[in-house]
Design a protein around this ligand. Structure first.
Ligand SMILES: Nc1ncnc2c1ncn2[C@@H]1O[C@H](COP(=O)(O)OP(=O)(O)OP(=O)(O)O)[C@@H](O)[C@H]1O
Length: 313
């Protein structure tokens, strides 16, 4: 059975990616290298269409997202094992499924251990009713409130520590007139109201939790999205060490947290949403947790039901 490694040769420091190529070839993987942005999606789609038993992303979270999209476009999620070799700068998802290094990733793939994991799925549109695009997966998070400008200004150390939240903190620090998000957030089949008003940030997590929570890894098998809405910015220094923890402090009056299978978000005008780091500007967004949609190769330390502390509930 063919195992395909879809490799972004430009991710991370490139060295780990080269090491991965070497290990993959030794093990008989069919290694396919991308030559341009976006090509990992096409390579993954083709591999799944050809009936590959496993399609493995070699790169960071951006590459993994494209690979999963490609397999999904080939309607191959049910029959293809997905995997990841962490060779990017940010390897959040690999961390969350217990994959510790390039070498370890191949051991995991050889072990055959896999779990059915939830996948976040998003449909967006520019209007209120015309949901007009093919849904797109996200594995880690979907975040609203970011600007592309902020991502270029964000300090690398902050990015490393806080991930996507760093972009938001940076936005708020840098732009004096940060424009709040006028949002109407609803959940479930009946679109029950969850929250309405002016928010500074909306975070929707599939594979991960956000700062302020006891654990990083979320439950990826419960069919639920972790939603956090932050309203009104308290007077704090956004770039200080504890800023994210203060913002996301449990029980804080400016926070709303819910776990739902389906979420509907309407903004008063088009806003930036980041899907695993890729930006789209839209007014309307619907997010679903597709329970057990992915067959994913996981490490031995992966916990199907990460124990929740009282503070997580
Ligand atoms: N051959 C290529 N040349 C240039 N860009 C590429 C190539 N292949 C893929 N890409 C782009 O690289 C981006 C993904 O990068 P990836 O996530 O793997 O690495 P990274 O930037 O090092 O890590 P991270 O995103 O986790 O910080 C995607 O936007 C993808 O389209």
């Amino acid at each position: 059975m063919t195992r395909v490694l879809v490799r972004n040769p430009h991710s991370g420091d490139r060295k780990r990616s080269l090491r991965a190529k070497e290990l993959a070839e030794k093990r008989g993987f069919d290694v396919r290298n991308s030559t341009a942005p976006g090509e990992t999606l096409t390579l993954a789609r083709e591999a799944a269409e050809e009936g590959a038993a496993a399609v493995v992303a070699c790169g960071g979270d951006g590459t993994l997202n494209e690979v999963v999209r490609g397999v999904d476009e080939a309607d191959g999620l049910g029959r293809t094992t997905l995997g990841v070799v962490p060779a990017g700068t940010g390897n959040d998802f690999a961390d969350n499924v217990g994959i510790r290094s390039v070498e370890h990733a191949f051991k995991v793939l050889d072990s055959g251990r896999e779990r059915r994991l939830d996948m976040g799925m998003v449909r967006t549109s520019s209007g209120r009713t015309d949901v007009d695009e093919r849904p797109r997966p996200f594995l880690n998070s979907c975040v609203c409130g970011l600007t592309a400008e902020a991502s270029t200004r964000t300090r690398p150390d902050l990015k490393k520590r806080l991930g996507v939240v760093a972009y938001v903190l940076s936005t708020m620090q840098h732009s004096r007139g940060f424009e709040g998000l006028q949002l109407d957030v609803r959940a479930g089949e009946n679109r029950d109201p969850v929250w309405q008003g002016e928010a500074v940030m909306l975070l929707v997590g599939n594979g991960r939790r956000f700062p302020g929570e006891a654990r990083r890894q979320a439950n990826m098998e419960d069919g639920l999205l972790n939603v956090v809405i932050i309203e009104d910015v308290p007077a704090i220094d956004y770039l200080s060490k504890g800023a994210a923890d203060k913002l996301l402090r449990r029980g804080a009056s400016h926070l709303t947290r819910v776990k739902v299978p389906h979420l509907v978000v309407d903004a008063s005008k088009p806003r930036q949403f980041s899907l695993d780091g890729e930006m789209v500007e839209r007014r309307h967004l619907e997010a679903d947790a597709r329970q057990g949609a992915m067959r994913f190769a996981v490490g031995e330390s992966y916990q199907p039901t990460p124990e929740e502390t009282r503070a997580d509930r």
